[in-house]
Design a protein around this ligand. Structure first.
Ligand code: FAD
Length: 348
């Protein structure tokens, strides 16, 4: 004889069936610093829009910056509503102070996805909240597909320094799907001047005993384009000898091209360039129109950060350097002779 099903079991089955087909509703963390929205957030918004449902933005900060940011981002195409929370608590944008707010917003909500750019903040914030909710967080996705009928989302992301692509499917059993978006794979969302969306303030969530204290912030000041989104990048490697030679050799080339400057890890580790300029697996991932690799061997960890560039130009004195395998234009030459000549030609 079959055991009798209890009504509770049946009800939970029905609830689960009902809960397994909600329309997607993404909450996107629109990261801002000093009133500047992180450009990667705009690409993350494009990815969130591809889920095919509602997209609610979240802006957090102090009263000095939030109103202006809200005024700007509410025109972002793809957003269907916008939340903002203002407090001195959020002055430093620490994951410890932001996670209780995010948890509160998600609790009992209809959100199906939480999305962000893979910034240092989001790399700590999203997994932190996801772990509290006992769900996974998928990082740096390069494509996504949402199947509304099964309420599952399939992501791809590069692994092994970009040498393999992993496909991850989060099924309907994961009620809220967290992911960060690799900016180079999605166009940034544009602005729609006439767009009107619901904008709502949400109360900050106090953190009485914050375990982290902000001591100081050190920002690298540069007039050059932001490396992550620059259309042209000039990167240098180990043979640039020291910080002075690195700057004296590459800056004039970057100036004439209006390019951002990048570096290999060898150049960063040797102190020629700031850590924030590192391109590669453990640095920034870039995909500019033009990437110039000057005295860079082309180790797989470096290629992981630049091989999707539209045009790769390499200058290296070793004809067998691996960088030539991905270069569209390769120049076998001593960089100290070649770079000044390239600058001269470009000036003409
Ligand atoms: P080298 O390998 O020393 O190459 C220098 C090149 O310059 C050579 O090809 C040489 O022929 C050429 N050269 C020398 N003199 C001249 C000259 N006068 N004119 C023209 N060419 C010249 N690396 C990264 O870049 N980014 C990362 O994110 C990164 N992450 C890593 C993560 C891990 C876990 C590991 C293990 C390594 C990582 N690396 C990373 C390091 C990487 O493996 C390489 O060691 C590094 O990229 C080498 O830097 P390079 O090409 O500047 O130096």
């Amino acid at each position: 004889m079959l055991p009798r099903r209890s009504p509770i079991v049946i009800r939970s089955f029905l609830l689960r069936t009902y809960a397994s087909t909600p329309s997607p509703h993404a909450l996107i963390f629109l990261e801002q610093r000093q009133g500047q929205v992180d450009s990667g957030s705009l690409s993350a918004l494009t990815a969130a829009s591809q889920l095919g449902g509602k997209v609610t933005g979240l802006v957090v900060g102090t009263s000095e910056h939030v109103p202006a940011v809200v005024d700007k981002v509410k025109k972002l195409k793809g957003l269907t509503s916008l939340l903002h929370s203002t407090s001195e608590l959020y002055a430093q944008q620490l994951p410890e102070t932001l996670s209780p707010l995010l948890e509160k917003l998600l609790s009992g909500s209809e959100y199906t996805h939480v999305v962000s750019t893979p910034s240092s903040l989001a790399k700590s914030l999203l997994p932190r909240v996801a772990a509290k909710l006992d769900v996974p967080s998928v990082s740096e996705i390069t494509s996504l597909e949402h199947d509304a009928s099964s309420n599952s989302t399939t992501f791809t992301r590069p692994i092994y320094a970009g040498n393999a692509i992993s496909t991850i499917r989060l099924s309907s059993s994961i009620p809220i799907k967290f992911f960060t978006v690799r900016a180079t794979n999605f166009d940034p969302a544009s602005f729609e001047e006439n767009q009107e969306i619901e904008v709502k303030a949400v109360d900050p969530v106090d953190v009485p005993e914050c375990p982290t204290e902000h001591i100081s912030t050190q920002l690298t000041k540069s007039d050059r384009p932001d490396l992550s989104v620059a259309g042209r990048v000039v990167s240098g490697g180990r043979p640039l000898k020291n910080a002075e030679t690195f700057a004296a050799t590459l800056n004039p080339l970057a100036d004439v091209l209006g390019a951002a400057v990048g570096a290999s890890r060898a150049a960063v580790d040797a102190g020629y360039a700031d850590n924030s300029l590192q391109v590669g697996q453990t640095g920034k991932v870039v995909a500019p129109e033009l990437y110039m690799a000057i005295g860079i061997s082309g180790a797989i960890q470096h290629l992981a950060g630049m091989k999707d560039s539209k045009m790769i130009v390499a200058v290296n004195k070793d004809p067998d350097a691996p960088i030539f395998q991905v270069a569209d234009v390769g120049l076998v030459a001593d960089l100290y002779e070649a770079v000044p000549q390239i600058i001269e030609k470009l000036k003409q």
